[in-house]
Design a protein around this ligand. Structure first.
Ligand code: ZN
Length: 614
């Protein structure tokens, strides 16, 4: 950051013609310098098992879907570009190698093989959780197949080399880390050599990309600024210094992290998902370079995104951040159906909130994560075998769920990664202490002082306000269990241990800590007071009356009469239709209005923001 850095960037990128000056084929230089430790520690994929419920169902479905996908089809564009025999069906859509692609659409052949690494990553993370041998074997076969195709020819006339390499890098790291793949990290070396001649020497934003000579517009949409996160992870995994050097080279300081670290809002007009995702690169830069400015950039950038978020937790209508204070967000309710890029956005949102939660132990990042969980990704339509994918959540005043027109888009890659990350997002550790971040049916297992410990969580939250956690311990153990008390929680929130109320400080917006010597069979009951509340759309002009009805983390969408006239008091008096129904009913001067959570919405029209008349 600052002038020195800027000068270095200029030298590297322009004077050397763009190629990155990193020696080829550098071998492992020993152990990596370990990253800075976060305050809380992440649990391993293998430590958490999701139990029956909607999250488990979505995870299982994606796992089975990618386990069944043809390996020849997945490897086909890589084999074609390498001039190797390429049997199997074309995947179609963005994934296919198609020489006559046009950026005007359709997006057939847009970024061949782009999501290969993400499918690999999703499978590797699924293997770590389930121990499914067929999944591990598939990961190994895919890496082996991929490693035989690596050639710089792959990136000739390729629209988004950094984008695809970033995903490939992540997939190979995950195959090694979570599926014990024997060749993945060795394959990453040549895969990195292959892309380097096609990368600019530094991170470029879209304006800079457009300013360079380009064959067509699609060459200007690459996302070099998201590279550092996985490159730092590659350095940590391999110990090879060149990944660290390359990570540093692609940190987008000048127009992005430096101003964000100084609390300047440089979001407006930026591509939404990739820039939220780049905040994860800021976190890895902070952890690896031990430079607090990157933490500030990530925290400030994320806060600025939250300030322009919909009540669902989603952000970036038309994939673009808006100007603070502008009416763009409110206008998007009538102007677009592309309100929030959901699997990608939710995946990035979980990732950055997890980083920030681990670093700061600020429970409000968990509040933000669960809002995105229940109101966006959990309501995503499932992938279809031909690559038909859910892409945008629609918050238009006349909204409807739909699939994207392109097959195998970006969101087909992040979806299996997202659902594989549900488990590790639910719990965090601090020494012997256990933080419960998400209230989801699940089991956490760990060892402590030689004893096997487990916590089993049973809940129908957020449909129900109650969650129960039961401990199973070889022998009594002393530690704290910390429960996230959401910022919106009401005064009747209660915690009980073995049926007796505990006087832990139950403060909304913090973790409530219960420290004691636990014995097997001890159970904790959490009752979250979930008062109904109204949230206005951000930057509403004076006199604006657009509000969303919230029940705890859940946004309630009107589903029958989308033009009903309703008052503030009527919305706040909404009642559940029945204990077994997800629906809520609001009495109005005319017909009663039905409201429904996103995950319960099918093909009916719906509306997020109601217009209140008083
Ligand atoms: Zn996407």
């Amino acid at each position: 950051m600052g002038n020195l850095t800027r000068r270095r960037f200029v030298q590297n990128s322009l004077l050397t013609g763009g190629a990155l000056a990193v020696p080829r084929g550098v071998m492992a230089s020993g152990a990596a310098t370990p990253p800075r430790q976060t305050r809380l520690s992440q649990v391993g994929y293998e430590q958490v098992r999701l139990l029956d419920g909607p999250l488990r169902e979505q995870f299982d479905r994606n796992h089975a879907f990618f386990l069944a996908l043809s390996e020849d089809s997945l490897l086909k564009p890589f084999r074609q570009k390498a001039g190797l025999p390429a049997p199997g069906e074309d995947m179609g859509g963005w994934y296919t190698f198609y020489a006559d692609f046009s950026p005007k659409g359709p997006f057939h052949g847009y970024i061949p093989g782009h999501s290969f690494g993400q499918y690999l990553s999703g499978l590797a993370r699924a293997y770590a959780q389930t121990g499914s041998k067929p999944t591990q074997q598939k990961v190994h076969r895919l890496v082996d197949g991929f490693s035989k195709t690596v050639t710089p020819k792959f990136y000739v006339d390729y629209h988004l080399p950094a984008y695809t390499f970033d995903k490939t890098c992540c997939g190979l790291i995950d195959a090694h880390a979570f599926a014990q793949d024997p060749v993945a990290m060795r394959a990453l070396g040549p895969a990195t050599d292959a892309v380097i001649p096609f990368l600019p020497g530094r991170a470029l934003n879209r304006k800079e990309m457009y300013a360079r000579p380009h064959k067509d517009d699609a060459y200007c949409w690459d996302e070099t600024y998201t590279l550092p996160e996985n490159l730092f992870l590659a350095y940590q995994r391999s110990g090879e210094a060149r990944y660290r050097a390359m990570a540093k080279q692609y940190i987008e300081d000048e127009s992005w992290f430096a101003p964000l670290s100084e609390d300047q809002n440089v979001l407006p007009g930026q591509h939404a998902y990739s820039h939220l995702n780049s905040l994860c690169s800021a976190m890895q830069s902070y952890l690896n370079l031990n430079d607090e400015r990157y933490l500030r950039a990530a925290r400030n950038g994320f806060r600025m995104i939250e300030e322009q978020s919909f009540a669902t937790g989603g952000w970036g209508p038309n994939e673009t951040f808006v100007k603070p204070g502008s009416t763009t967000l409110a206008e998007s309710l009538t102007k677009t159906h592309a309100s929030f890029e959901t699997p990608c956005g939710a995946y990035g949102h979980f990732k950055i909130t997890r980083y920030l939660l681990l670093e700061t132990a600020d429970s409000r990042y968990g509040d933000s994560m669960e809002r995105v969980l229940y109101n966006t990704i959990l309501g995503a339509k499932p992938l279809e075998p031909d690559g038909t994918s859910f892409y945008y959540s629609d918050y238009n005043d006349k909204a409807q769920k739909s699939y994207h027109e392109d097959k195998w888009p970006c969101c087909s890659g992040t979806f299996p990664q997202m659902t594989a990350d549900y488990g590790i997002s639910a719990y965090m550790r601090h020494g012997p202490d256990v933080y419960v971040n998400l209230y989801v049916p699940s089991e956490l297992r760990w060892r402590q002082g030689g004893a096997a410990c487990a916590m089993t969580q049973t809940t129908e939250y957020p449909a129900s306000s109650q969650s129960t956690m039961v401990l199973t311990l070889d022998r009594p153990q002393s530690f704290a269990v910390l429960l996230r008390i959401p910022q919106w929680a009401g005064p009747k929130t209660r915690i009980a241990v073995n049926g007796r109320a505990v006087d832990a400080a139950v403060q909304p917006g913090t973790f409530a800590s219960i420290q004691r010597t636990w014995k097997s069979g001890d159970h904790i009951e959490l009752e979250l007071d979930m008062p109904l509340r109204l949230e206005p759309i951000p930057y509403q002009q004076a006199g604006g009356q657009r509000v969303a009805l919230m029940h705890g983390p859940v946004a309630l969408f009107a589903v029958d009469d989308l033009t009903a006239s309703v008052t503030r008091a009527q919305l706040l008096a909404a009642e559940r239709v029945s204990r077994s129904s997800a629906d809520w009913r609001v009495a109005t001067a005319a017909q009663p209005l039905t409201l429904r959570p996103f995950a319960a919405i099918g093909d009916e029209h719906y509306r997020l923001y109601q217009t209140i008349t008083a």
